[in-house]
Design a protein around this ligand. Structure first.
Ligand code: TXA
Ligand code: MG
Length: 332
């Protein structure tokens, strides 16, 4: 059952404890309501995708309170700091390069080397982040393909019981998602128009900030063609799906038991050396598998492997998104 709590210090504390336990919270922000989870907890982040019914893993926005917090998770250039000083806290999201030791789940960035970061201005969002002490991953709190919610009632209508607690704090002031600016190239460009305009950005930087809407920074919820979606991490070695055995030279990405799986070169999969075998989830837990997916593909993506053999993943719940990602990886 979803609990809808009026936002005040006690309910914010309660919401923070739900987030600490890996749960999901409907969080008011100045733009739209977000569906928040601990950005460092891969299983919690996996629950976001399932709750939204997203058939794909799209990277999520990480919400923090201070520029120091941003500097802990991402690289900042002089341009980025100018944008931060002008528009944070507020409805601006910057795509930045992730730091290796950022502590964020790989699933937050869908395996990309970049991360979307925003410092919100809404007092309840800020109090919640403060109470948690960790960054919050939060896409808009709606089912994939429907409109972003600007009231607690919209969140309930769209997500039903998939969210543990909703912090109710009236209607959102901006009512439109944040502007997404890609700051990872030579010059910043706008991937998604939003509360802060191109003119605002150009004025602050003293240079033209163009739109790059074709890059797929467009809200993936609204994107029709998958080709429009932004690039995902793709391993450089081939990926072989629905593997029931392991060929010579292949690495194995397992799901569930491998007790009875054989190696074509002779022997059993259980005896594969570390480095050639990663378990998405020994118990067949799809949330755990989603949380491990990108980090493990990366770990097995080595030139000495002829391919990554991946066992069958059930096409249910978040398994749909895992399989979508795996099929893309197998195609490239
Ligand atoms: O106003 C907002 O931005 C709201 C509130 C809750 O903060 N959040 C929101 O999140 O709209 P979401 O997930 O619905 O949209 C995130 C956007 C998507 O267009 C996504 O493609 C883009 O940010 N994005 C996230 N990470 C990215 C990355 N690493 N590279 C490029 N685009 C990214
Ligand atoms: Mg959205």
């Amino acid at each position: 059952m979803t609990r809808i709590l009026a936002a005040h210090s006690k309910s914010i504390e309660e919401a923070a404890s739900v987030l600490r336990g890996g749960g999901l919270v409907g969080m008011p922000t100045e733009t739209v309501y977000g569906l928040a989870a601990n950005a460092c907890d891969g299983k919690a982040v996996a629950r976001i995708f399932e709750a939204k019914g997203r058939p794909q893993f799209n990277p999520l926005i990480v919400h923090v309170n201070t520029l120091d917090n941003v500097a802990q998770i991402a690289e900042l250039t002089a341009h980025d700091i100018t944008l931060a000083q002008n528009f944070w806290p507020g409805p601006l999201t910057m795509i930045l390069r992730r730091k290796d030791d950022c502590g964020l789940s790989d699933l937050v960035s869908a395996g990309l080397p970049t991360v979307a970061v925003r410092i919100p201005s809404h007092k309840t969002a800020r109090a919640l982040i403060q109470a948690c002490g960790f960054p919050l991953a939060a896409p808009s709190a709606n089912k994939s393909g429907s409109l972003s919610p600007t009231t607690p009632a919209h969140v309930v209508q769209s997500l039903g019981d998939a969210v543990d607690v909703i912090l109710a704090d009236g209607a959102c002031a901006v009512g439109l998602e944040s502007t997404v600016v890609d700051c990872t190239g030579d010059a910043p460009c706008i991937l998604r128009p939003g509360g802060i305009t191109a003119e605002d950005l150009s004025g602050a930087l003293g240079m033209d900030v163009p739109y790059d809407l074709g890059a797929g920074g467009d809200d993936a919820d609204a994107v029709k063609s998958p080709g429009q979606l932004l690039k995902h991490y793709a391993p450089s070695v081939p990926v072989r799906l629905n593997a029931v055995d392991v060929a010579a030279g292949e690495a194995l990405l397992s799901f569930g038991s491998i007790k009875f799986m054989a190696l074509k070169e002779g022997g059993a999969a259980v005896d594969l050396p570390e480095g050639r075998l990663s378990h998405l989830s020994k118990d067949g837990d799809l949330y755990e598998a989603a949380a491990n997916l990108f980090a493990m593909m990366r770990a097995l993506d080595k030139p000495e492997h002829t391919a990554i053999a991946v066992m069958n993943i059930p096409e249910t719940g978040i398994g749909v998104a895992i399989n979508d990602r795996l099929r893309r990886a197998a195609q490239s």
